[in-house]
Design a protein around this ligand. Sequence first.
Ligand SMILES: [Zn+2]
Length: 318
Amino acid sequence: MSQYTIGIDLGGTTMTAGLVDETYHIVAKLTWATRLPRPADDLERALADLCRAVAKEGKIDFSQVAYVGIGTPGSVNFTTGFVGYNTNFGYYDWNLGPDMEQLLGCKVYVENDANAAAFGEYLAGGAKGYRDAVIVTLGTGIGSGIILGGKILRGFNFAAGEMGHTVIVKDGRPCNCGRRGCWERYASARALSEDTKEAMKQNPDTLMWKIAGDLDHVNAKTAFDAMAAGDACGKQVVETWMEYVACGVANVVNTFQPEVICIGGGVSNQGEVLLAPVREYVERETHNITTGRNPVIAACVLRNDAGVIGAAALADSI
Ligand SMILES: [Zn+2]
């Protein structure tokens, strides 16, 4: 008989639960609105209902579910299931894991959402089949997860793998985390949008005005589209941004030498336009004299399913 687990990707807007089989396939999936703000115990009951609903959707009895894994924003103590700090939800000292175990009557693992998504990509996505992997997601910030020998690198405070908050420009742009010059302030999708807007303000003739319409409609695609259409200003913005992306990726390689680095987030849809220059830069700035092989640099493939699959497999991540 197959073994099933349930993985939950808990976000500020939606929460998705997937019933996952032992080959990491999603058998059934449901997405509900998170409906914040709401009290923590109310959200916990909704999460428990969601788990039972997705088991039913997959036509299995909930008693057949081996365990539930939850990926949530915030700082998570993986050992206790305690979420210390979650600004998105406004909860402090959230006893999520133990509370859910009470409600569901089964083992519940809780992990940071970036680590859970990285683990999913490692097991079933772009990093499948490699031993050591780093997953980097370029979004509002830069999320990352480091998997070494099949295990998530957590560190003794469960806060390891925050590559987005490694400094690449000393005394650079201020970051939410309190430091200045963090990688995510230069190489996230949001940073690309901000750089695009700055360039547009200084260049009234750039094609980016035509592409975006106005500053409010600028996104991480605007400069790429302009570059593809031959716009010099767009090309400049993209190239500068890609150098920052590559600089951080080279730091990852020099620190961990993973066999594969997968880059995710909407901007990874640019494919080789992004990946090829990053590879070239990284090969120039890293060391491979013992094997002559370079780490594979590829795009993530699972998109939103990565968080669900990774959460559903958390027992394997220890
Ligand atoms: Zn930072």
